[in-house]
Design a protein around this ligand. Structure first.
Ligand SMILES: Cc1ncc(COP(=O)(O)O)c(C=O)c1O
Length: 392
């Protein structure tokens, strides 16, 4: 089935019975009873499938996991309470029986860098950063570190770099490392990392998949070999997604391909407009024909789907001018997060990359005049009119 069909049907109507709810309800129970102790024993022992305790599994989360795995063409998924919990789970599973060492892309979400430097490194995991878009440098870093895990974003936050995932998967295989890809910005409509050789594809469900700004969640899609490790870690550690959030996320995903197509089209239009604006210094957009990673984008991306984030630098602006510009917005929402139906703008040094020191941010290329626009499904001319008046 095509992704739009899967988005509407996968995971639902699995429970046999005299009647079948057309969509998966919220199963709010924390534990489940069965007809006999014999059967409950089989369920606990995982010889028979079925929920027994909500930390292990719930029918709502189970249906969502089936849905997310279907979108990614993966064998299964584990849902989590946030994207960060999902990333942590994937990294733990990747390192479970490998050297405790990670080579990560140097362009990534601030909290991910924070987790690597402030939590994993002090706990004994070796962490090295390298430019994932410079294949020779990245390969050299992997050969030096011999890591157990390689971590990259399929479209980086916030400067929208696109590593050659197929080549990086090859480098990971040669090094015996597991490749974890944060696919939040690209979404499975654009890229499905497991098809390119990754071992894990991770999502902040909070973003495009749920899509309405009303839910927090994450998911790890893992290959056959790693799925039982992910599930085992999750059963014990319990970073699980609640049934209410699972329900909202499934509801959101039904329109995800439609929303995403529209958001990508709107982003193209807004990026072109920004590029011609005299107060805009530089525009970062995956659909820009002169993008530094154009070769990977041409090879890996479907036509005309470049994601829906546009970052840009405002000419001669610092923090004060950016605050003034953003305070003047009337339609575009000043908020962190991305991927919602409404267009929103964030100032990375204040939010997504706040945990990173100014020096490190500068090395990452994140300047004080950069803003990140997550384009929604509104009429693009209304968003453009708002940007115009606020830049004015
Ligand atoms: C690329 C990326 N990955 C992961 C996350 C973390 O997701 P969550 O906020 O759901 O934990 C974010 C959050 O902004 C993100 O931008």
């Amino acid at each position: 089935m095509k992704i739009n069909t899967k988005a509407v049907h996968s995971g639902d109507r699995k429970k046999p019975g005299p009647y079948v709810p057309v969509t998966t309800p919220i199963y709010a129970a924390s534990a489940y009873s069965y007809a006999s102790m014999e059967q409950l024993d089989r369920i606990f022992g995982q010889e028979e499938s079925g929920p027994c305790y909500a930390r292990y599994d719930t029918p709502t989360a189970g249906a969502l996991e089936e849905l997310v795995a279907a979108l990614e063409n993966g064998p299964g998924a584990q849902s989590c309470a946030s994207g960060m919990a999902a990333l942590h789970l994937a990294i733990m599973a990747a390192l479970a029986d490998r050297p405790k060492s990670i080579v990560a892309a140097n362009a990534m979400y601030g909290a991910t860098v924070g987790m690597l430097m402030n939590i994993l490194e002090p706990s004994g995991v070796e962490v090295a950063f390298a430019d994932a878009c410079d294949i020779a440098a990245f390969r050299a870093a992997v050969e030096t570190a011999r890591p157990g895990c390689i971590l990259v974003e399929s479209i980086s936050n916030p400067l929208l770099r696109v590593p050659a995932l197929d080549t990086i998967a090859q480098i990971a295989r040669e090094a015996g490392a597991a490749l974890v890809v944060d696919n939040t910005f690209a979404t499975p409509l654009i890229l499905r990392p497991l098809e390119l050789g990754a071992h894990f594809s991770v999502h902040s469900l909070t973003k495009y998949l749920a899509g309405h700004g009303d839910v927090m969640g994450g998911a790890v899609v893992a290959d056959e070999g790693h799925l039982p490790i992910v599930r085992g870690l999750s059963r014990t550690l319990g970073p699980v997604l609640g049934p209410f959030e699972g329900y909202l996320t499934m509801r959101g995903i039904k329109t995800f391909p439609l929303r995403m197509e529209r958001q990508c089209a709107n982003a193209c239009r807004i990026a072109s407009w920004l590029a011609a604006h005299p107060k805009v210094e530089r525009v970062f957009f995956v659909g820009d024909p002169s993008h530094p990673d154009a070769a990977s984008i041409r090879r890996l991306f479907p036509p005309n789907l470049f994601g829906a984030i546009v970052s840009f630098e405002v000419k001669d602006a610092g923090r004060e001018e950016i605050f003034r510009f953003m305070d003047a917005l009337r339609l575009v929402v000043r908020a962190t997060s991305l991927g919602d139906v409404h267009t929103m703008m964030l100032y990375p040094p204040m939010s997504s990359h706040r945990e990173i020191s100014p020096k490190h941010r500068e090395r990452m290329g994140i300047r004080d005049n950069l803003v990140r626009l997550s384009v929604g499904i509104e009429a693009p001319e209304d968003v453009i009119a708002d940007l115009e008046q606020a830049l004015g």
